[in-house]
Design a protein. Structure first.
Length: 180
């Protein structure tokens, strides 16, 4: 894996105000109606900035762990990306290229030392690429809901790069303010 694991991370908006409330309602409150709105926001961002993403061959959601002990019983990013796939069609194909094989502690509202500890868990095997041949030689755009430290995107990107992706970038609904 030569170079950086992730080239760039783009954000539709900031994790504050109405967008933050909507994401919390969706992710923690289970209000699945937001999936369509979030898919539409992502699609609109991709269309408005299409030249930034024209070399991306595939869109990949950050996977949710759904096995025993999972925090939720549904894939929140996968559901947003299903809406995005419906809107984008072949323009930005969506494929579930990465699997999350272990539950990790949520990073939200954690101080930097705790986020670093959780990031080490992510780095050591939580994300795997089940079929490396589906990734080899491709440019991948990874989608997530919120980027606070970037560790989830970085861990996903590392798994994709180890499987042979030539480039990985990230797109999130919201970017949290940096805090030391």
């Amino acid at each position: 894996m030569a170079g950086r694991p992730i080239e760039a991370i783009y954000a539709v908006g900031n994790y504050e105000g109405a967008l933050r409330r909507a994401i919390v309602s969706y992710k923690y409150g289970g209000d699945l109606r937001w999936a369509r709105t979030f898919g539409t926001l992502l699609h609109g961002f991709l269309r408005r900035h299409s030249t930034w993403f024209e070399e991306c061959g595939v869109v990949c959601p950050v996977p949710t762990f759904l096995g025993p002990g999972a925090h939720r019983s549904w894939g929140h990013v996968e559901l947003m990306c299903a809406e995005l796939a419906w809107l984008a069609g072949a323009e930005w194909p969506v494929e579930n290229l990465v699997a999350k094989v272990a539950e990790t502690e949520p990073m939200s509202a954690k101080a930097r030392p705790a986020r670093s500890r959780i990031a080490r868990q992510l780095a050591y095997g939580a994300f795997v690429v089940p079929v490396p041949a589906h990734v080899d030689g491709r440019r991948v755009l990874v989608i997530d809901d919120v980027c606070a430290s970037g560790q989830t995107l970085l861990s996903t990107a590392r798994a994709l790069r180890r499987a042979g992706a030539v480039e990985v970038s990230g797109l999130v609904l919201a970017r949290a303010r940096w805090r030391p």
